[in-house]
Design a protein around this ligand. Structure first.
Ligand code: E4P
Length: 215
């Protein structure tokens, strides 16, 4: 499973990239807004930290504007992937961008039918939002499992990015399904490391060592 980091915070990206854990990065307008910095400047800085797909999202709602924005963002770096929302206009833009060789990550996917439409239009990635479905009492992981089954029946060149991840179990359950990529917020990334028995075990090793050799 590839790990993308779901953040626009360059310090956090650098922190996990230094451990060799970051295969790519996803941003969205909310994450960019949180940083309070120039959009293109942030994206450019991320491309210098991570050598992998970096998703940058358009804010136009009409396909013409989406394509214009996409082409401008794609010029920043060859690793830029354009995030396009799952709407009819978005599908139209995706079709055009794919035919021009621009990779699209279709975002705000909440059903297998939306994922199938995105793959057919030429999206290189689909991003089903797990946590936001869970929030409305609908099993987000079930949706991802259905999308996995649907895409596995065909040979679309389209990878699934498990998105809107809220806790480690989302990552592990998605990995068990063979989901290609998880885009993980930094706080969840931290939680993936933790196990109390690791801390207790290390503490005991160090104490035993200290008692035997340092006194
Ligand atoms: C990533 O592509 C999405 O923008 C992100 O995972 C959404 O996560 P959220 O539902 O926690 O905002």
């Amino acid at each position: 499973m590839k790990f993308f980091l779901d953040t626009a915070n360059v310090e956090k990206i650098r922190y996990f990239a230094d451990m060799g854990l970051v295969d790519g990065v996803t941003t969205n307008p909310s994450l960019i807004a949180k940083e309070g910095r120039d959009f293109k400047e942030v994206i450019d800085e991320i491309t210098r930290i991570v050598d992998g797909p970096i998703s940058a999202e358009v804010v136009s709602t009409e396909s013409v504007g989406m394509v214009e924005e996409a082409l401008e963002l794609a010029r920043i770096h060859e690793n830029i992937v354009i995030k396009i929302p799952m709407t009819k206009e978005g599908i139209k833009a995706t079709h055009q961008l794919a035919s021009e060789g621009v990779r699209v990550n279709m975002t705000l996917i909440f059903s297998p039918s939306q994922a199938l439409l995105a793959a057919k239009a030429g999206a290189r990635y689909v991003s089903p939002f797990i946590g936001r479905l869970d929030d409305i009492s609908t099993d987000g992981l079930d949706m991802v499992s259905d999308i996995r089954a649907v895409l596995d029946n065909y040979d679309f060149e389209c990878e699934i990015i498990a998105a809107s991840i809220r806790h480690p179990l989302h990552v592990i359950e998605a990995a068990k399904m063979g989901v290609d990529i998880a885009t993980i917020p930094p706080d969840v990334m931290d939680k993936l490391f933790n196990h109390p028995l690791t801390d207790i075990g290390l503490d005991k090793f160090l104490r035993d060592w200290e008692n035997a050799f340092k006194k």
